[in-house]
Design a protein around this ligand. Structure first.
Ligand code: AOF
Ligand code: ZN
Length: 398
């Protein structure tokens, strides 16, 4: 009875409603590629015949088959005459894999429903024409917003050649990370640490400043989860002070981002295989962050995860280079008037205070009283420094 009603409901749905339902399923499938597909995009696909899903697929790993190909391979019946729903425009060029458009035509599909155009200029806007010329019906823009939101890093990287930048900080309830003497307490519990590893695993590179390398000696790699390839580890170290035995150098893929101030002798002491990027310096003699991002983009880094310290995080924000800010907040108090903030927030942010919004993204109940909140302040990181001489918030009456 219930099933009959459901069939009637499906029957009375418009084609647009049906398209949305199948695209929702493709969106769900796309998430299977998290931690594996990047810097390629997350893509999901379903193949539908006579109102039923006969094949499903996702782009699971970088260099592996695309979502459409996996859906075709997994078909429970012949895809001849079926419709394909795919979150991203099918590719039409030879990359690491042959063009999906050709495979779709060869499989005898009748209709292709596309979420969003591929921002990759090699493919962008080409699929619809190719498919239509081969006699297939094509519809674009179904759940376009949701499909685009799957791949913020890929989208930015394809449009600009620059990595998407996620910043991460951890703080106590009173917004501190250490006392005046720099003594920090156990801020992040196991749940936040696991989340940090997941965030690292989604990135192509993880960065820390030399201050953090010297004080915490972090490894900065992904632990506690199975991944195919560790992200690059980047040390922001203008005069190359990192000791050759620092734990970051235990990683296989390490980049030391330095300036001309770095002594050649220090470079020679590093283990072979460490990539040394000699970059222009900013006004203060530190590595120029725009130059670093440009260079990381050339390395194929589409998503950079920045873990600290406070000045490095503050610089990315004050230079308008951050795309996302994530803060783990723990309900403990560090106290003290001279305690340290996890981020050296730029003064100019005050001018923009109307735009600051904090959205609680996830909540954790950690062990031993550590209740952790992951805050996602997207709007904040759209912050760009006010142009010189431009009054952002004129006082009333002026
Ligand atoms: C699709 N379906 O599932 C994905 C697509 O080097 P390749 O061969 O893996 O191609 C990578 C490019 O293909 C990538 O930059 C993007 O334009 C597109 N990704 N396309 O039809 C997929 N992952
Ligand atoms: Zn493809």
């Amino acid at each position: 009875m219930a099933y009959g009603l459901w069939l009637m409901a499906i029957d009375t749905m418009t084609q647009m409603d049906k398209d949305k339902i199948f695209m929702f399923r493709a969106l769900e499938l796309a998430a299977r590629g998290r931690y594996g597909a990047h810097p390629n995009p997350l893509v999901g696909a379903v193949i539908v015949k006579k109102g039923r899903i006969i094949g499903e697929g996702a782009h699971l790993r970088f260099g592996g088959p695309h979502a459409e190909i996996n859906a075709l391979r997994g078909c429970a019946a012949s895809p001849q005459g079926a419709a394909l729903y795919v979150t991203l425009e099918p590719c039409s060029t030879y990359g690491k894999t042959p063009p999906c458009t050709q495979a779709l035509i060869k499989a005898g599909l009748k209709r292709v429903v596309i979420g969003v155009p591929d921002p990759n200029p090699a493919n962008s806007g080409k699929a619809a024409g190719l498919l239509r010329r081969a006699g297939l019906k094509v519809k674009t823009g179904t759940l376009a917003k949701e499909c685009a939101a799957l791949n913020p890093a890929f989208n930015k990287f394809m449009r600009t050649g620059l990595p998407f930048v996620t910043l991460k900080a951890a703080q106590s309830l009173d917004g501190k990370t250490a006392d005046a003497a720099g003594r920090s307490r156990w801020i992040s519990g196991p749940a936040a640490r696991l989340e940090t590893h997941k965030l690292r695993a989604e990135a192509d590179a993880v960065l820390a400043g030399i201050g953090t390398v010297l004080s915490d000696d972090p490894l900065l790699n992904v632990r506690g989860m199975a991944i195919r390839r560790q992200p690059w580890v980047v040390a922001l170290d203008s005069s190359l002070r990192a000791p050759p035995l620092a734990r970051i150098f235990k990683n296989e893929r390490v980049i030391a981002a330095v300036t001309r101030r770095a002594p050649v002798a220090a470079m020679k002491r590093l283990k072979p295989g460490v990539k040394i990027l000699v970059l222009p310096s900013d006004g203060g003699g530190r590595v120029s962050l725009p130059a670093l991002l440009k260079e990381l983009g050339v390395f194929g880094v589409a998503h950079l995860f920045v873990e600290g310290g406070g000045k490095v995080l503050g610089s990315f924000i004050s230079e308008g280079l951050a795309d996302r800010f994530i803060c783990f907040s723990s309900p403990l108090i560090i106290g003290g008037t001279a305690s340290k903030s996890p981020v050296v927030w730029p003064d100019a942010l005050n001018l923009k205070r109307k735009k600051l919004g904090v959205r609680i993204k996830r909540e954790f109940e950690g062990e031993r009283n550590f209740s952790l909140i992951l805050l996602d302040t997207v709007e904040l990181c759209r912050f760009a420094p006010p142009r010189q001489g431009v009054e952002e918030n004129p006082a009333p009456g002026t």
